[in-house]
Design a protein around this ligand. Structure first.
Ligand code: NAD
Length: 499
């Protein structure tokens, strides 16, 4: 951390871009080059108080804005996002290191949440029952909570914040966004488009920072709900602390997603899908298929082709539109070192390295944070790599004699985000789907990440809370219900109608 850099990311408070002074800053890198491209101010309680006050002041008018008018802002921002699509995607590739095609997926999935939130008049509709007793009717409707906050990880600079704010503000809440301090630039650009789309000042606010900033959000009495996405230890703590302060909290954590390979799986399509699941976004995604279990002789059938495919992957800088590799850099030099050490330790505990990315070097980007795709075979459950989420371009392959054994291995680890099976057998797929302890299941689909209208439904140590992110659960999370029971008395003498 340093005390000042020229390109400081501003805060966005009450509809104004504000440059705070005198705060520590944290560097934002272009991982393809290892160069600093900006810095973020590390905010504390003072900045959080200011941002919450602005969101609080904007709340009554935004709450009272009819849902169809709120949706109009989202329709306009959707058009602006489409117009700026390619430029925003290049920005994602530059600040994150993922390829342009992965950046397009990141933003496209985010825009789909905006599209979902455009249907808010329908999504907010309540329920009613006439004549619950003679002359008495009852109905429920949904009301926004007030100021809600979103705290985001680095790996999807567009999608993860857009899981949150489109639905939250469509429901009539005002929003405080804290992007990851590693990738703050994409949301800065997107929020500028929200402003252009006519979002009233104070409805959306951005602050930056790390633990101190997050603690100030957790402790602020006017913040009614918190959406968090990040690693499991922090997610667990955010949920514990947030709920202890009386807030609604949804906290999505880390993952270790198992991919079961059955001997009858279609070889070519399975190998391609497993490669994409493990190494897409350089393995830095919570739905990465990071552990494969080859059942019976599936390993013999699939692994040679998989190893060839992995070794043929081109790794390189993603910040130049013209020449895109198959895989980009990881987020930081520290993260590269951490993942490299995990590969070392796994090899020492007995894994066979079929493809080794540790010495990957790119001539045209010598300072980039590159780590090539790594394939580890014969990994036992006791291997050190199984103890933690790797979150890098590493696929660990285990062996099992039966589907039962494979499911039991998957169910012994602590996480429960996703799990996938590759097979031609409906019976095997059905058994797997019913018995595996994970919330998002792929059947011949390597990355079963649900689209905007479904919940992102992680289980176990991959999620803390009751209502998941996006879809109808997202609407439920950002609203509270009011149930009204109504009885009208007659006028008595001089009734205007007769019964
Ligand atoms: P992280 O947990 O380090 O950081 C997430 C956020 O928490 C950031 O905004 C960060 O500033 C803040 N933070 C960091 N330390 C904190 C602390 N001590 N107290 C309070 N706040 C703190 O995660 P990351 O490295 O940015 O992102 C990668 C992680 O996110 C992986 O574990 C990945 O699996 C997970 N993730 C999960 C999902 C999901 O849906 N389950 C989706 C995307 C990413």
């Amino acid at each position: 951390m340093t005390t000042a850099t020229p390109e400081l990311c501003p805060l966005y408070i009450g509809g104004k871009w504000v440059n705070p002074t005198g705060l520590l800053t944290s560097s934002v890198f272009n991982p393809s080059r290892g160069s600093i491209i900006a810095s973020v101010p590390m905010c504390g309680p003072a900045e959080v108080n200011e941002a919450v006050a602005s969101a609080n002041a904007a709340f009554p008018a935004w709450r009272d804005t009819p849902p169809n008018e709120r949706a109009q802002v989202l329709f306009r921002v959707k058009i602006l996002l489409e117009d700026a699509f390619e430029e925003l995607c290049l920005g994602i590739a530059i600040e994150h290191g993922k390829t342009l095609s992965e950046a397009r997926g990141d933003l496209r999935r985010g825009i789909e949440v905006v599209e979902y939130a455009c249907g808010i008049p329908t999504l907010l509709m309540g329920e009613s029952l006439e004549n619950i007793a003679r002359g008495i009717d009852c109905h429920t409707d949904r009301h926004p909570l007030g100021v809600v906050a979103g705290i985001c990880p680095f790996n999807f600079p567009a999608l993860v914040p857009m899981w949150m704010w489109p639905i939250a503000i469509a429901c009539g809440n005002t929003f405080l966004l804290k992007p990851s301090e590693k990738v703050p630039l994409t949301m800065q650009r997107v929020v500028a488009l929200l402003e252009k789309a006519g979002l009233p000042p104070g409805v959306m606010n951005i602050i930056h920072g790390g633990r101190e900033c997050v603690d100030a959000i957790l402790e602020h009495p006017d913040v009614k709900a918190i959406s968090f996405v990040g690693s499991t230890p922090i997610a667990r703590e955010i949920h514990r602390k947030g709920t202890s302060f009386g807030k609604r909290v949804q906290a999505a954590g880390g993952a270790k997603n198992f991919v079961i390979l059955m001997p009858d799986a279609d070889i070519d399509r399975t190998v391609e899908a497993v490669k994409d699941a493990a190494f897409g976004c350089a393995g830095e995604r919570c739905m990465a298929g990071s552990t494969a279990v080859a059942v019976g002789d599936a390993g013999k059938k699939l692994l040679p082709a998989l190893a060839d495919l992995v070794k043929s992957m081109k790794v390189g800088p993603t910040d130049v539109r013209a020449s895109q590799p198959d895989m980009g850099a990881v987020i930081s030099a520290e993260h590269r070192a951490k993942v490299s050490q995990l590969i070392d330790a796994s090899e020492h505990s007995g894994a066979t390295v079929l493809a080794d990315g540790r010495s990957t070097h790119c001539e045209d980007a010598p300072e980039g944070f590159f780590l090539g795709p790594t394939l580890l075979d014969h990994v036992e459950e006791s291997n050190s790599v199984m103890e933690t989420e790797v979150f890098g371009p590493v696929l660990a392959v285990m062996r099992a004699n039966t589907l039962d054994e494979a499911i039991a291995s998957a169910n012994r680890q602590a996480f429960g985000n996703g799990a996938a099976i590759f097979t031609k057998s409906g019976k095997a797929a059905r058994e797997f789907r019913r018995r595996v302890s994970a919330g998002m299941i792929g059947i011949n689909v390597g990355v079963p990440a649900p689209l905007a209208y479904f919940p992102f439904s992680g289980w176990n140590d991959s999620f803390f809370g009751d209502l998941h992110i996006q879809g109808k659960e997202g609407v439920e999370f950002y609203t509270q219900r009011k149930t009204t029971t109504t009885r009208w008395f007659g006028f008595g003498d001089g009734e205007i109608w007769a019964k």
